[in-house]
Design a protein. Sequence first.
Length: 435
Amino acid sequence: MSVSSGRVCVRALSLAICLAVALLAGLGASARAATVPADFFGVNLGGTLVNDTPQRSAALATMHQGGLSYARVDAPWNHIEPNPPSAGQHTYLWSTYDSLVADLASHGLRWYPMLGYSTPWNASTAGDLFSPPAGNAQYAAYVAAFAHRYGSGGAFWAQHPELPNLPVTVYGIWNEPSNTTFWHGAEATPARYMSLYLAARAAIKSVDPAARVATGGLLDSGVVNGNAYLEAMLDSAPGALNQIDAVGWHPYVGSLDEILASLRRARATLNAHRLGLVPIEVSEVGWHTGFTTAQRTAWLGGLAAKLPSAGLNVTRLLPYVWTGDPMWQITNLDGSLGPIAGAYFAGMQAAFAQPSTTSKPCKATQSKKSQKSKSKKSKTTKAKAKAKAKKSKTSACTTKRKSAKAKAAARAKAKAKAKAKAKAKAKARARLSAV
């Protein structure tokens, strides 16, 4: 899917949605910090809002009010550098994106850029923007220039000290390389994509060492096997797997349960390659109007509520799309928030109330390693604390299991009682019939 998103009119909110947003806004900063990372939630903004500045401010205000932190928007190479370098000198056109970044920062939002696609003058297939670049050098120069402008310590921020300092911290390299719509041609292989990703990551890190560079979101759908593509990507560069900061994932597979299953498959593949610590960024997910509004509302609200505590090391959720795409947008066509976006905000509220994603499970998936103390006294104290904590966890787990067994036994007893009662009634009716 290409990236686009939305416009909003707060006045048309329904009472239920207003209440959900109010409850969300009422959560203290400490409550958020204890449960969900502050920057977990965002949205794909919508291409129409890149140039529609009169509507953009209202939309961004609603996003920030609802608790979003990131807006994903394309950073098209062919728009920013439409002409090839002259005498080795690059000319970049930043003005449109300076305006966007200023508006985002003014509303407390960060840009999550999708850095793609090719340019007509540097495509491996002449004029085809969705064919891989002709080599990595020019694309790497572009992403490095982008980081130098909008990343931490970037030139844009130096020029605008009046703005909140909200530089780009996460960079997405291309969009859906597993999808032949956006990555095609003779050279468009998983190995070629990994080569481009690694070159782009190195270029960005040379400018902004603390940046997270995510792979382009891999489409996983009923037609495209994203997990097979991920396997092929990883297998193509076994010596460079420690250079993957995050994996983008686009699970367009249907229901909430199917989305979680898709993410579990991706996590299993990463774990099999010893990449359990590499996070997954859900940089797109959504449902078109072929699904009912009730389905879209329930699934997006449920995903927001469950994903942060699902134990899959997912660090971002950016639904597609706020506005600008009538078949997919989560706001109403008239720009008002509507039930789907409202459910997203309410699901976020539920997520903030969930146990911390860093909490350990009851069973032996916990790490048995502990830090060595500098003194015998400290070591003894830690050992006692650990034993106490373990006893507490064991007790809690035992209590949960006993409670579950008790509930199951109670249900079985009630069922048996109801069955006996029904049988007695049947016998009584039979006797009456006989009389």
